[in-house]
Design a binder for this molecule. Sequence first.
Ligand code: PGA
Length: 251
Amino acid sequence: MRKNIVAGNWKMNMTLPEGVALAKELNEKLKSAETNCDVIIAPPFTHLASIVAVVDTNRIKVAAQTCSNKVSGAFTGEVSPDMVKSTGATAVILGHSERRQFFGVTDEQVKEKVDLVIERGMTPIVCIGENLEQREKGIYFDVIGTQVKKALFHLNPDDFRKVILAYEPVWAIGTGKTATAEQAEEVHSFVRKLIASQYGTQVADDTTILYGGSCKPSNARELFSQPDVDGGLIGGASLKADDFMGIITAF
Ligand code: PGA
């Protein structure tokens, strides 16, 4: 059975005190909330250990927003998978479109990071998605298919089962333009079929595929009601506890 998950990607927002306060607020609200999904938050690296210390990690998993594809050494400014793990974080977002677009992360590097993160016993949350030009040209299935295959299809079935996917159309991220529920479902169902073709229907059925891109309390329910949409990766709306709770309780 696949899990429903709502994950918050804080991006480069919140100072340490602000982030700790938000995590505590969310932790309190979740104590009394009825929910049908797992909750993950991904604060900046600098906040990970402090946030792990103030939340109930059975209820809120803590993730990093990226990590290095190197194990250790002279890579100034990089943060290794072991360092992330040592904070108590248990997941890492990989291949986010902002990392691909602004920091030149390639599918090959995403693949290397996926391997290291799985080796360290953490969960990779792998982002895929087309940009506006690729959508308008009608080549988005090719783009997304290539991203999935290059980053993940070298994995054996047991390791593939550890992966969470997040479909994030680049044109919908932070733009207020959400993919319609039909557009999201079309891609999610395509990705699930692709997984089935490589790993079989059981693995495909068990894979959690999140939607991301201007997801908010007002549209979460419709998106999450799609058969192949198993939750969301939430940027802007994860920065306010009430908005994030509104999405969590959309399940
Ligand atoms: P957004 O970001 O919800 O602010 O559009 C989503 C993401 O990039 O993960």
